[in-house]
Design a protein around this ligand. Structure first.
Ligand SMILES: O=P(O)(O)OC[C@H]1O[C@H](OP(=O)(O)OP(=O)(O)O)[C@H](O)[C@@H]1O
Ligand SMILES: Nc1nc2[nH]cnc2c(=O)[nH]1
Length: 183
């Protein structure tokens, strides 16, 4: 994409949640996570690429013992609708008997997190939980009862970017959450 097009996307986008609103949501999430997992010595996994901002903002708010690593799974690429999940890097630690917390930017249809959590449980995790900054509100979840354990903000059913989410590779690097004009 040309620089002018990249700038046009953000200039024309609707800002759905400001930096301050996302920060407040992260504070709330961190308090709930700390209450639930403060004693659990969790293995925390960031889902690359989208989870980098969520994790970078959330982890310093968690003031209890935990370890952090990453996994890499993707199913959208540059498209605005998802395909098959492509596992690029699976968790490298021994998950047996551990509490696992997965951090990602968004639970949309939920195929990504559903597969990741299932994998962790198959590997022997005692419990596998997930935290997302955004839950997208619609009735196309991979399973009707699919919910994240910790959610920051419920967002309308549009194609989003910012806060880790990309538009054709760009604009992951905002805290605020935007919807692409017309999408
Ligand atoms: O709930 P779902 O419909 O499965 O979508 C959610 C996933 O989509 C995005 O990742 P993407 O596949 O775009 O890869 P990326 O993290 O590299 O952007 C996002 O970071 C989530 O991991
Ligand atoms: N960038 C982006 N990635 C997603 N992955 C799942 N839903 C979305 C979305 O709305 N925007």
């Amino acid at each position: 994409m040309k620089r002018e097009e990249i700038l046009k996307v953000i200039n024309e986008a609707d800002c759905l949640h400001s930096d301050a609103e996302v920060a407040t949501a992260l504070d709330r999430m961190a308090a709930t996570i700390s209450e639930r997992l403060g004693e659990a010595d969790p293995l925390v996994y960031v889902v690359l690429n989208g989870g980098i901002i969520a994790a970078g903002q959330l982890l310093p708010r968690l003031r209890f013992p935990l370890t952090v690593s990453y996994l890499h799974a993707t199913r959208y690429g540059d498209a605005t609708s998802g395909g098959r999940l492509d596992w690029k890097v699976k968790p490298q630690d021994d998950l047996r008997g551990r509490t696992v917390l997965i951090i990602d930017d968004i639970l949309d249809e939920g195929n990504t997190l559903d597969a990741i959590l299932q994998y962790c449980r198959e590997q022997g995790a005692k419990e596998a939980l997930c935290a997302v900054v955004i839950n997208k509100k619609h009735n196309r979840k991979a399973r009707p009862d699919l919910k994240a354990d910790f959610v920051g903000i419920e967002v309308e059913d549009r194609f989003l970017f910012g806060c880790g989410m990309d538009y054709k590779g760009y604009w992951r690097n905002t805290l605020a959450i935007y919807a692409v004009k017309g999408l």
